[in-house]
Design a protein. Structure first.
Length: 52
């Protein structure tokens, strides 16, 4: 039970760190291309096949 005194604050700190990183990504507009991927997948410019 003594180990919980260390594990709970560490887990809360890591969770807060992840939440902070998520909010930082939102603030720096990392997720602002909702239309780009849907249009990019339909173009032939980035084809998996090698060009002859």
């Amino acid at each position: 039970m003594e180990v919980l005194a260390f594990l709970i604050p560490i887990a809360l700190f890591l969770g807060g760190l992840g939440l902070g990183a998520f909010f930082w990504a939102l603030k720096t507009r990392q997720f602002d291309d909702p239309e780009g991927d849907s249009r990019r997948i339909l173009t032939d410019d980035w084809d998996d096949r090698p060009k002859p």
